[in-house]
Design a protein around this ligand. Structure first.
Ligand SMILES: CC(C)(COP(=O)(O)OP(=O)(O)OC[C@H]1O[C@@H](n2cnc3c(N)ncnc32)[C@H](O)[C@@H]1OP(=O)(O)O)[C@@H](O)C(=O)NCCC(=O)NCCS
Length: 298
């Protein structure tokens, strides 16, 4: 009798990319030689395209996913190219299972994006929390434990988390920038006191994340540059922490002049990150105020 460890009966998989093509992987740890059937659903009413997850991917093999022959790729149907359809991916033989990382939207050009700072009124904090919750769900995490409440977001933004009694229009050491496209929040960048910037060192910490639908279009760079403009004159340098295997983020940070400061363990989990920093010039003209917006078109 073969004893299958608990959890191995469930298929694993993920959608990696949605754009001109939809690609990802799926496999069943209990039957590592089996090639799973995948259903890609485009738009509403859905247009169904079937595929077999049988393409070899060296990254899957080195991650221990069987022989690595579990990748799939399906082109976006020509008729849907300009329509930015929602894309869902399911497994034909496992009804009800939706691959991690879905639903997504097939975006081929970035278009108009606005960058601005979050305000503590007008439902802004609820929208920010909604965006953060959506990101956690896409990554398969738990919203209740991983996403701060609206009250916590408000306390952080107004400095009340540190016991200070900050006013909305006089934040000097923190700012939460968001990117919006077609009325939807698609990215955020938080600058303020916190790990890995040592307290009292003149540095502020930066954290950035974009919705996967709009990664790779140059928006991350623009959001970082907006953060640098906000921070210039407010702190001597920005610090961040990045996982060593996050090649995309590392390339972006190095291109923007960040230098390695060595390893740093995430306080909650001990996970080792690269700590990086960039020195900021004094501001040219006036510093970037939280009330300002920047419009980007790609
Ligand atoms: C990291 C992140 C913010 C970058 O934003 P982005 O809009 O995708 O990046 P950009 O399109 O601006 O690309 C910036 C640079 O990244 C690098 N890059 C872009 N695509 C890449 C890829 N597929 N692989 C490796 N590097 C890549 C290049 O250096 C690029 O510079 P270039 O345009 O001069 O070639 C975004 O991908 C993201 O949110 N990732 C997930 C969350 C995350 O990792 N956050 C950082 C945690 S520390």
């Amino acid at each position: 009798m073969t004893i299958v460890p608990e959890g191995c009966l469930d298929p694993e998989g993920c959608v990696d990319m949605v754009g001109h093509r939809v690609s990802g992987w799926a496999w069943l740890p209990a039957e590592p030689g089996r090639r799973l059937r995948v259903e890609v659903l485009f738009g509403n009413p859905p247009m169904l395209v079937e595929a077999l997850a049988d393409q070899h991917r060296p990254d899957l093999e080195s991650a221990g996913k069987g022989d690595g022959q579990h990748g799939f790729a399906v082109p976006l149907p020509d008729s849907l190219a300009g329509r930015e359809p929602v894309v869902d991916v399911r497994l034909t033989d496992f009804p009800g299972v939706r691959l991690r990382g879905t639903p997504r939207r097939a975006i081929l050009t970035l278009g108009l994006v606005t960058l601005r700072a979050i305000r503590t009124m007008d439902g802004d904090l609820r929208r920010l929390r909604g965006f953060l919750a959506g990101m956690v769900r896409l990554n398969g995490g738990c919203v209740d434990t991983a996403v701060p409440s609206v009250a916590d977001l408000h306390a952080w933004l107004t400095g009340r988390d540190t016991g200070r009694n900050g006013e909305d229009d006089c934040w000097t050491d923190r700012c939460w920038l968001v990117a919006e496209r077609g009325g939807r929040m698609v990215g955020h960048c938080r600058i303020g006191p916190g790990w890995p910037a040592p307290p009292g060192s003149g540095a502020l910490a930066l954290g950035i994340e974009l919705h996967p639908d709009i990664r790779g279009f140059g928006l991350g760079r623009q959001l970082m540059l907006a953060a640098h403009r906000w921070a210039a004159g407010r702190c001597a340098r920005l610090e961040l922490a990045v996982l060593p295997h996050n090649a995309h983020a590392l390339a972006l940070y190095r291109a923007l002049g960040y230098v390695d400061l060595g390893p740093a363990a995430l306080p909650e989990t001990g996970e080792i990150h690269h700590r990086m920093a960039v020195a900021l010039p004094a501001p040219h003209g006036s510093v970037w105020h939280t009330g300002r917006s920047v419009i980007l078109v790609n």
